[in-house]
Design a binder for this molecule. Structure first.
Ligand SMILES: N[C@@H](CCC(=O)N[C@@H](CS)C(=O)NCC(=O)O)C(=O)O
Length: 247
């Protein structure tokens, strides 16, 4: 059944606004007509959103293959998708002849191969702060409230479980940001840490976490959300966003 659903995956052309944004900074690879990277993504997946923002910021033209994490028992469990990512999770990115999973590894690869604009600061101390915040979110918050973990928790406790994971992480993050933040998470440049922050705040909102105790997180999130790369990659504007959730 899941294998069947995989066969129905559709390659979806990227949102026209992303295409427009990409044209301005299209890298040499695209000009040489190399195959467009393919992003296996789910509109609501915060980890996929991190990568979508990186691709948009760096002006990388790509195709989306939606993997519905709910439909057909979860298309991430299909044989075809498991062959791509044995962890059965999105995102996965096919690029330059390889397939990469783990959002931070993908972002770091993009950074190393397409360095402009920079998502990791030049200064090693700031770079460490960016990685620290990214790991805090990607390793210390998101996995605890991920679908596969919530499925192990009795349904009536799932919301509180997710809220507790986010609150505990945000308590730490709010304190850390007070010493690292400028306009954004680390100084005044958009970095990988910001790519992790915005999708995690969206998860917090989805799980009805009260964000008033987190003024630094909230104000950085607000400043980032107005940037084009964050807007065009927003879950409400993806090729697989259901009609009722589109905005
Ligand atoms: N560490 C991975 C985590 C990926 C992950 O948790 N992806 C979620 C969506 S955000 C997923 O595919 N969940 C499917 C499931 O739990 O069955 C990354 O950063 O890419």
């Amino acid at each position: 059944m899941c294998g069947g659903s995989a066969r129905r995956w559709k390659r979806v052309a990227k949102d026209s606004s992303v295409t427009k944004a990409s044209r301005a900074h299209r890298p040499a690879a695209s000009k040489r007509r190399e195959p467009r990277p393919i992003l296996y993504s789910y509109f609501r997946s915060s980890c996929s959103w991190r990568v979508r923002i990186a691709l948009a910021l760096k002006g990388i033209d790509y195709e989306t293959v939606p993997i519905n994490l709910i439909k057909d028992g979860g298309q991430q469990f299909s044989k075809d998708f498991q062959a791509l990512n044995p962890m059965k999770q999105v995102p996965a990115l096919k690029i330059d002849g390889i397939t990469i999973h783990q959002s931070l590894a993908i972002i770091e690869y993009l950074e190393e191969t397409r360095p402009t604009p920079r998502l990791l600061p030049q200064d090693p101390k700031k770079r460490a702060s960016v990685r620290m915040i990214s790991d805090l979110i990607a390793g210390g918050i998101q996995p605890l409230q991920n679908l596969s973990v919530l499925k192990q928790v009795e349904e009536k406790f799932q919301l509180t479980w997710a809220q507790n994971a986010i609150i505990s992480g945000f308590n730490a993050l709010e304190q850390i940001l007070q010493s690292t933040a400028g306009t954004y998470c680390v100084g005044d440049e958009v970095t990988m840490a910001d790519l992790c922050l915005v999708p995690q705040v969206a998860n917090a909102e989805r799980f009805k976490v009260d964000c008033t105790p987190y003024p630094t997180i909230s104000s950085i999130n607000k400043r980032l959300l107005v940037l084009e790369a964050f807007q065009v990659t927003h879950p409400c504007r993806q090729p697989d966003t259901p009609t009722e959730l589109r905005a």
